[in-house]
Unconditional design. Sequence first.
Length: 115
Amino acid sequence: VQLVESGGGLVQPGGSLRLSCEASGFTFSSFTMSWHRQAPGKERELVARINSNSIITNYSDSVKGRFTITRDNAKNTVYLQMNSLKPEDTAVYYCSTFFRFTRSWGQGTQVTVSS
């Protein structure tokens, strides 16, 4: 399993970013995908999750209404559109899947929200 995130960066409060995660090494279209984040000194937390056919999505309360998770099974890619960003959204963002009884992670992409 390989997961490669991209799209992070520095953005001002109120701005937007779109993260991408390209997956390989497994049948992407059959698996739930998720985005997580970890801020300095804090535990990694689930941000959003999407099932294999995009019917079911879940969001943490802290991002509900601002972030949108989508996927393109033809491109083996999952996205996280982040709008109305706040300084407290600053973290390393990871995509993840649970494959063969193991949770796999990408290397992460840094998102910094600051003026």
